[in-house]
Design a protein around this ligand. Structure first.
Ligand code: MG
Length: 269
């Protein structure tokens, strides 16, 4: 069942999503060479708890962290660890969630650590555009497949791979609600979108055009099939009466992508 949020519920969800966007920005500002992913996890958890919210990832099906931290060929669900120390030239995906006043928020971004090469920058830009295209389709009367289709077709047209087993989702009182929002599919198929639905749209792009992602031995971390790098972005979108309304702050769209410390936005091209 797909829940329709009341105006009062949407107010709570917007407040939670905005705060979570701020928290993500603060965490990302600490993502530098020499910092471990456990350091970032601790920062996120401290900020969430300080706002009287709970980290929604922690304990979810036994997940140990408050964030998922996925580096380079890791796509999603990386476990924060003191042993995973960021290096110059890495690319880091941070995914974070909270629950407050009975409603969940969930958002993610991918940022370069220090200097990155053009190929990595290109991968980020393709995912930004895929996300933008998907959000554009989040309008009443469209179907979930309209979102899925534009995301998947764009990524494949750029020569990159799509992730099939991990998908976006509805969100509300539960972190994962109906409907699933895959990053591939057919236009005109799937559940119809109605005003008041809230979706977490989260395209993932793999450098590997062929093959299927897999989960490694830790039972969580999802990696690319052939070791290519991957980007993951996630924003929360309300289906508004007149079109999509971002509940998160749009941090993963185009020029608003976080600039890593010490690198000017100009040098990122
Ligand atoms: Mg999500």
């Amino acid at each position: 069942m797909i829940t329709i949020k009341t105006p009062e519920e949407i107010l709570i969800m917007r407040e939670n999503a905005q705060k979570l966007s701020e928290i993500l920005a603060e965490v990302v500002s600490h993502a530098k060479p020499g910092v471990s992913t456990l350091d970032l996890d601790e920062i996120a958890e401290r900020l969430i708890v300080a706002w009287d919210a709970k980290p929604s990832f922690k304990g979810y099906r036994g997940f140990p962290g408050s964030v998922c931290s996925s580096i380079n060929e890791e796509i999603v669900h990386g476990i924060p660890s003191a042993d995973r120390v960021l290096q110059d030239g890495d690319m880091l995906s941070i995914d974070v969630g909270l629950i407050k006043n009975e409603f969940c928020a969930d958002t993610a971004t991918t940022v370069p650590i220090g200097s990155i090469d053009d190929r990595v920058q290109r991968l980020i830009e393709v995912d930004q555009e895929a996300l933008r295209l998907g959000i554009e389709q989040a309008i009443p009367g469209n179907r979930v497949g309209d979102i899925s289709c534009v995301i998947g077709e764009y990524i494949e047209a750029q020569g990159f791979g799509i992730v099939k087993n991990f998908v976006g989702h509805g969100i509300g009182r539960q972190m994962h609600e109906d409907p699933n929002v895959p990053n591939f599919g057919r236009a005109g198929k799937g559940p119809k979108l109605r005003a008041g639905m809230v979706l977490a749209i989260e395209p993932m792009v793999m450098e590997d055009p062929q093959g299927t992602e897999r989960v490694i031995e830790d039972g969580w971390t999802v990696v690319t099939p052939h070791g290519g790098w991957a980007v993951h972005l996630e924003e929360m979108v309300l289906i508004g009466d007149n079109g999509p309304e971002l509940l998160t702050d749009g941090h993963s769209l185009s020029d608003s992508l976080f600039t890593p410390a010490g690198v000017s936005s100009a040098s990122l091209g």
